[in-house]
Design a binder for this molecule. Structure first.
Ligand code: HEM
Ligand code: HEM
Length: 175
């Protein structure tokens, strides 16, 4: 069996997909509730956010190399186009959300460190006004990601429950 996405989603694409879903749930909760969580939660949020960004880069590189399986039989061309547009937007957001966090931290003059091991390069100089704006953007982009991901998940569940086709199962266990 090949790891590439020929007949179905291969193990590498499936692992990336579900690992990133799980990390995003933890990450969203750490961001939203950091005020009520122990001090240091934001450092964990920043380190995890950079990890998600790195995973998104690796995932996209693998996806460009390994391709994608043909749509499941019976899915209309219109549905395939909508799904592809949704996947494209999800990839854009997987980059935009953490990069907006990185910019917010730099504008706020907080160094972005990864689990205390090393410091990431500064993308921009400190700027209070830009920090405020970027804080809003980071949160807005997160909620756009939530909305698109929920629609995407509902589409997958629709295919599984109502159309009874393999769309969800081939991303879940490859068959
Ligand atoms: C995919 C990754 C990420 C997700 C899903 C995410 C999500 C969130 C959410 C939902 C909040 C709460 C927003 C609010 O209620 O104001 C938040 C806050 C925050 N995020 Fe992220 N984030 C991500 C990556 C990052 C990264 C990479 C950094 C920095 C390098 C970062 C820095 C921050 C900071 C500093 C706050 C606190 C803002 C404040 O309330 O002062 N985030 N994030
Ligand atoms: C934040 C959460 C999510 C993100 C960012 C996301 C992202 C993506 C992306 C970018 C793809 C395209 C395939 C690829 O290039 O890897 C994809 C495919 C897929 N996702 Fe998600 N996803 C999320 C949550 C979910 C959930 C919760 C479900 C199921 C309930 C789901 C089910 C699927 C399925 C079945 C496919 C394959 C679609 C096909 O074969 O055309 N995803 N996802």
């Amino acid at each position: 069996m090949t790891l590439k996405n020929t007949q179905t989603w291969g193990g590498i694409s499936r692992s990336f997909h579900w690992l990133i879903v799980a990390l995003l749930i933890v990450q969203g909760a750490l961001g939203l509730f950091h005020d009520d969580l122990p001090r240091g939660t934001i450092s964990l949020h920043i380190s995890l956010g950079i990890t998600i960004l790195a995973l998104a880069i690796a995932r996209l590189a693998w996806r460009l190399y390994a391709g994608r399986p043909a749509a499941v039989a019976g899915v209309s061309v219109a549905q395939q186009r909508i799904a592809a547009a949704g996947h494209f937007v999800l990839y854009v957001l997987l980059f935009a959300v953490p990069i907006s966090g990185w910019l917010m931290s730099d504008y706020g003059d907080h160094a972005v460190r990864w689990f205390g091991l090393f410091e990431l390069p500064r993308l921009v100089a400190a700027d209070d006004a830009a920090h405020e704006i970027m804080e809003g953007r980071h949160e807005q982009l997160f909620w756009v990601l939530v909305v698109v991901a929920v629609l995407h998940a509902l589409a997958a569940i629709y295919h599984h429950v109502f159309r009874r086709n393999a769309t969800l199962m081939r991303m879940w266990r490859g068959s």
